[in-house]
Design a protein around this ligand. Structure first.
Ligand SMILES: [Fe+2]
Length: 240
């Protein structure tokens, strides 16, 4: 399986603090059936000042450590970009690393605040679309506004955003409201991929299978595999 959103790099955000913990997470991912991990450090103004060049260097260094340890995990890198005014400058200056491409457009993993959908967020997405960028909204099922009403997500769907739902949320690890919204989005056929959003081994481990199995009950086996294997492979440009 391919995990398109996770935090495995040591010391770059609120993921693992040191290399030892990062390697533990990587071993866990491999044992859970994950072969490729797209590491997506937060880019969040004033909090996590990661940039494309620094993330790429950290991912290459981590891959070398994995290879030295004999851990069979292939690392790709991008970022989880917090929706904010800073995004315009980051894009213009080439600081945003992309997940890959979808239908000829670059795909950016875009994170809304957890508490609400900010006024004007759709305007920023419109601007991104004009730049040939296709946002993939990270974990919409865990946004408080969207949990209450799916209407808050509609403008993003209408603008062509892709949706990444958290595998653990589908399996119920983020509570009933998130599980119910995840199931609703799956039932609507709006979900592009499932990803772990792994940060640690306790609350947010690098696992996809429990969520895939739960999703299969709603969307069927074939589509559940599309969400953790074929579609992520297409986005990152690998043969599935
Ligand atoms: Fe994340």
């Amino acid at each position: 399986m391919i995990d398109l959103h996770c935090h495995l790099l040591p010391g770059v955000d609120d993921g693992p603090e040191d290399l030892k913990t990062s390697l533990q997470l990587a071993r866990h991912a491999v044992a859970a059936g994950i072969r490729v991990s797209m590491v997506t450090p937060h880019m969040h103004a004033g909090r996590y000042e990661n940039r494309a060049a620094s993330i790429r260097a950290a991912a290459q260094a981590f891959q070398a450590e994995l290879d030295a340890e004999g851990i069979a995990l292939q690392i790709h890198s991008a970022a989880e970009v917090r929706l904010d005014h800073d995004v315009l400058a980051w894009v213009a200056e080439g600081h945003v690393p992309f997940l890959g491409a979808w239908q000829g457009e670059r795909v950016m993993l875009l994170e809304l605040p957890h508490s609400h959908v900010p006024v004007g967020a759709d305007k920023l997405v419109e601007w991104l679309r004009k730049q040939g960028i296709r946002p993939m909204i990270a974990h919409p099922e865990r946004n408080k506004d969207i949990m209450r009403s799916v209407d808050k997500l509609l403008p993003f769907v209408r603008l062509g955003c892709l949706l990444q739902v958290t595998a653990g949320a589908v399996a119920g690890a983020f509570g009933e409201a998130a599980r119910a919204r995840a199931a609703d989005l799956l039932g609507r056929g709006w979900v592009t991929v499932l990803a772990s959003d792994a940060h640690n081994l306790d609350a947010r481990p690098p696992e996809l299978e429990p969520g895939r199995a739960a999703a299969a009950v709603i969307v069927g086996e074939a589509e559940s595999w599309n969400m953790v294997r074929h579609r992520p492979a297409e986005i990152i440009g690998m043969g599935a």
